[in-house]
Write a protein that binds this ligand. Structure first.
Ligand code: CP
Ligand code: NVA
Length: 307
């Protein structure tokens, strides 16, 4: 059966580790695996803006011997004239995989149901699982083993990044904490899913409202924009509500002295993070951005190898 990657818990712990191992291998030897030689085409569809995702998929597909077909939804029939399901039926006859950045997770599910080629979530309103593969690769590079580490994500807990942190880190056997205002807590079902996974992997998933309590003694501190794509109209209210969650040097001082700082980017310096933290010695954001390339190549190779 075709495997898709729509949310972080589509992978078991062993599968996640296998992909991270492969990513590390591909980072060491970039052009060693070429499953898309031909070249075969991979469709990469964007309903929302992107720099990192667009570049890393385009470069990664080319590295694997393939040809990326970048589609802006606004110029395609997917913008309103055609369903995800019909689009999937058309694409599967011509491409090796479909990568899609969109709004509702249900659109991705519909696309995946309608096609025999792997569908990859390149960010939805609910999850950003490709980013989490890159983040886990980065943490592993800097800290070795993932299992047992404690990570705190601060900000919009209901966002794609907050929810993906819960599922991906629980899968990796990490202790994941979300620090968010009560009205921006992650979805209750996602929290339950993460806790169920954590009970099997030896990790944990805990929701906090107090940022200081949430970062106390942790190994990794993570944040993301307070205003995700599609939420721009809410900016003023969000900036007010999230004010106390800025990751600055005072907050970082409550984490371990060598704690890592991660941010998926793009960043709003002076809002979710101060410039001295994001541009400071604990920040690994440029490794994290580069690792999108290696992690997604590994994901593609792995998905294409599945029977
Ligand atoms: N982090 C991330 O997904 O960046 P882009 O929006 O630039 O793709
Ligand atoms: N949460 C952000 C991530 C951007 C990569 C957004 O959805 O806009």
């Amino acid at each position: 059966m075709t495997r898709h990657f729509l949310r972080d818990d589509d992978l078991t712990t062993a599968e996640q580790a296998e992909i991270l191992d492969l990513a590390a291998e591909l980072k060491r030897d970039r052009f060693s695996v070429r499953p898309l030689a031909g070249p075969q085409t991979v469709a990469v569809i964007f309903d929302k803006s992107s720099t990192r995702t667009r570049v890393s998929f385009a470069v990664g597909i080319a590295d694997l011997g393939g040809s990326p077909l970048i589609i802006s939804t606004a110029n395609s029939q997917l913008s309103g004239k055609e369903t995800a399901s019909d689009t999937a039926r058309v694409l599967e006859r011509q491409v090796a995989a479909i990568v899609w950045r969109t709004y509702a997770q249900t659109g991705l599910e519909e696309m995946a149901l309608g096609t025999s080629v792997p569908v990859i979530n390149a960010l939805s309103d609910e999850f950003h699982p490709c980013q989490l593969l890159a983040d886990l690769l980065t943490i592993r590079e800097h800290r070795g083993e993932l299992a047992g580490l404690t990570v705190t994500f601060l900000g919009d807990g209901a966002s794609n990044m907050g929810q993906s942190y819960l599922l991906a880190c629980a899968t990796a056997g990490m202790h994941v904490r979300i620090a968010a205002p009560a009205e921006y807590a992650p979805g209750a079902q996602v929290v339950l899913n993460a806790q169920a996974i954590a009970s099997r992997t030896g990790g944990s998933a805990t929701i906090f409202t107090d940022p200081v309590e949430a970062v106390s003694g942790v190994d990794i501190v993570v944040t993301d924009t307070w205003v995700s794509m599609g939420k721009e109209d809410e900016k003023a209210a969000r900036v007010k509500t999230f004010g106390g969650y800025q990751v600055d040097s005072e907050l970082m001082a409550h984490a371990k002295s060598d704690a890592l700082f991660l941010h998926c980017l793009p960043a709003d310096r002076g809002y979710e993070v101060s410039a001295d933290v994001i541009d400071g010695p604990q920040s690994v954001i440029w490794d994290e951005a580069e690792n999108r390339l290696h992690a997604q190549k590994a994901l593609l190779v792995w998905l294409l190898r599945q029977p």
